[in-house]
Write a protein that binds this ligand. Structure first.
Ligand code: FE2
Length: 172
């Protein structure tokens, strides 16, 4: 029996016939990979970060077809408030420090996100992000499509549910 490679040839042996690598990501995995690549380029983002005690600081780092990338800083005590992201999906990556996510969609589960942690969420996902650590934090947010609305939610009064700190987690 012949294999596909024997019949059609090894595509890796003819790289000039391979489709070019896409210039922009278009999948969740692609957006997560973009975020990891930006995270690894610390010199590219650390010089841009500002810390503002009066309001959360954010900077649109990059845009592409169907997505945008935001850089955010969080001084201790700052938080987003409960919200969703309208029709956008997203990838949240902690670049520096620690953040806590309260996942409204998951019943208020609190999860500490250490440096390098990554969260992926679909449209309709509702959460709150806070820096309840004692040090500033920086995060990267990829939204697809670009964030056009961020409806705020009322904070539900529920007992806090804590889970252990995580690193490099992806979940919806
Ligand atoms: Fe969010």
């Amino acid at each position: 029996m012949n294999s596909d490679v024997e019949i059609a040839g090894d595509p890796l042996a003819i790289p000039h016939l391979m489709p070019p690598a896409p210039a922009h990501p278009s999948t969740v995995a692609g957006f997560a990979g973009l975020a990891r690549a930006i995270a690894a380029d610390r010199a590219g983002w650390t010089r841009l970060v500002r810390y503002d005690a009066t309001t959360r600081w954010y900077h649109r780092l990059r845009t592409g077809p169907g997505y945008e990338v935001w850089l955010l800083s969080w001084v201790p005590g700052q938080g987003s408030g409960p919200h969703d992201h309208g029709p956008s999906s997203g990838v949240l990556t902690v670049l520096q420090g620690e953040l806590t996510e309260i996942a409204e969609t998951s019943g208020g589960v609190r999860q500490r996100l250490a440096e390098g942690a990554q969260r992926v969420f679909a449209p309709g996902y509702a959460h709150e992000i806070v820096n309840d650590s004692l040090a500033p934090a920086v995060s990267l947010h990829v939204y697809s499509p670009g964030l056009t609305e961020m409806p705020m939610h009322r904070r539900a009064s529920r007992p806090a549910v804590r889970t252990p700190a995580v690193r490099n987690v992806t979940a919806g």
